[in-house]
Design a protein around this ligand. Structure first.
Ligand SMILES: [Zn+2]
Length: 411
């Protein structure tokens, strides 16, 4: 189990409402919807290094027959009869059949990114954003590639997903696993960790198996990459202080909060200049009384704002997070300084979570080196092999080997 503290943090930041529509259906609020959009935009920018990805949202209903031609043995979708849609339909199912159909029709060799919700039958309990009936946001990339380029293209997708974790200030490693061979001809899983160091899978990357390629009627290899709002939950799990959520700058709607009693022309001009230089600043007006200022500041901090600049007469202060520290400022900072402050903020977040990752994986003996003959012996369960392959002497016998992540229960 995972403690619900991350959920309280996300509720206080008004990402989700306390409670839900029912088991496994979290209710998102404006701040959460905006953060999800920023998450998708960050991923789009990571993909943009190599491709011009197209973002789509597929219809909620899909003819059941079409779906079952691909996923005949899956019983985890909801089905209903819709006369207007010509018969039985599945509700918000996997995007791959529709995405492959679209790409084939248009002869498109760029990645298609389907964003939206997935509905899944949920046996057992829910863990909001980790295990839900309505999985949102669900981001699923479909990419048709030639056979000879498949692994090189998968590697680029791996780098894009890794880059996304870096922007979110979450630690990550990739492993190759053979355990889902009927689904993926090559399967990569990205693994991050919970704050206590337990590993958790954050994204799946497949070159689909021949069986699915045939069912999808594709002459090309099909790459499928997926992740969900679980990444936002992980951000909340790792990055919070006594005041609440601490957002990495890429997700923060307000990167710099400006606390003023009364904004003069100088303040307005300063804000305009920051906006032009790509910094998201929001002014908060507060009564001069100290408790009113503190309350306004606390509200910004609770929402995850990385930096707060306070103006009081001629005196200036900056509050940095994680942990909170207030310092005097000589003048209102230039945008170059603020960009540096935000980069330093992200670095602090990255360092803290990276420490937990190495403590959790390396120091507890989950990430070890094995040679081919020692791997998987003595009842040891291998979760996957590190990608890219990381050569190291086998921890068991000293022969040349490479790094593996050992199995066990993952969330
Ligand atoms: Zn060995």
């Amino acid at each position: 189990m995972i403690s619900d503290a991350y959920l309280r943090t996300l509720e206080a930041a008004q990402f989700v409402m306390p409670g839900s529509y029912g088991r496994g259906i979290p209710v998102w609020q404006d701040a959460g919807l905006r953060a999800a959009r920023r998450l998708v935009a960050a991923f789009e920018s990571a993909l943009g290094q190599w491709w011009t990805p197209r973002i789509v949202e597929h219809p909620f209903l899909m003819p059941a027959a079409e779906y079952k031609e691909v996923f005949d043995d899956y019983t985890n979708v909801y089905e209903t009869t819709v006369p207007e849609a010509g018969g039985p339909c599945v509700l918000a199912p996997d995007n791959m059949p529709t995405s492959v159909g679209l790409l084939r029709k248009q002869g498109d060799d760029e990645p298609l990114v389907a964003v939206g919700g997935l509905l899944r039958v949920l046996p057992g309990g829910a863990q909001p954003l980790f295990r839900d009936r309505h999985i949102w946001p669900a981001v699923q990339v479909t990419h048709l590639v030639s056979e000879e380029n498949a692994l090189a293209e998968l590697e680029r997708h791996r780098l894009a997903v890794t880059r996304l974790h870096e922007m979110l200030c979450l630690p990550v490693m990739t492993v190759r696993t053979g355990s889902l061979a009927s689904y993926g001809r090559t399967t990569y899983l990205t693994v991050s960790c919970l704050p206590d160091g337990r590993p958790t899978v954050t994204a799946t990357l497949y070159v689909m198996s021949g069986r699915y390629r045939d069912r999808l009627l594709s002459d090309s290899e099909v790459i499928d990459v997926g992740f969900t709002g679980k990444l936002l939950a992980l951000v909340a799990l790792h990055h919070r202080d006594a005041f609440g959520l601490v957002l990495p700058s890429v997700l923060a709607d307000t990167q710099v909060g400006l606390l003023v009693e009364e904004e003069d022309r100088r303040g307005q001009e300063w804000r305009t200049a920051q906006t032009q230089d790509g910094i998201r600043v929001r002014a908060m007006h507060s009564a001069p009384r100290p408790y009113a200022r503190r309350r306004a500041e606390r509200r910004l901090l609770r929402q995850g704002v990385p930096l707060v600049v306070g103006v009081r007469g001629e005196a200036l202060r900056i509050a940095r997070r994680y942990p909170l520290r207030r310092d005097d400022l000589p003048v209102l900072p230039e945008s170059r300084t603020l960009h540096g402050e935000l980069a330093a903020h992200d670095d602090r977040l990255r360092r803290m979570s990276a420490d937990r990752f190495s403590a959790g994986l390396r120091e507890t003996g989950r990430l070890v080196a094995r040679c081919d003959s020692c791997a998987g012996t003595n009842g040891e369960e291998i979760f996957g092999w590190a990608v890219p392959e990381t050569e190291a002497p086998c921890d068991a016998c000293g022969a040349p080997g490479s790094e593996v992540l050992l199995g066990g229960r993952f969330y």
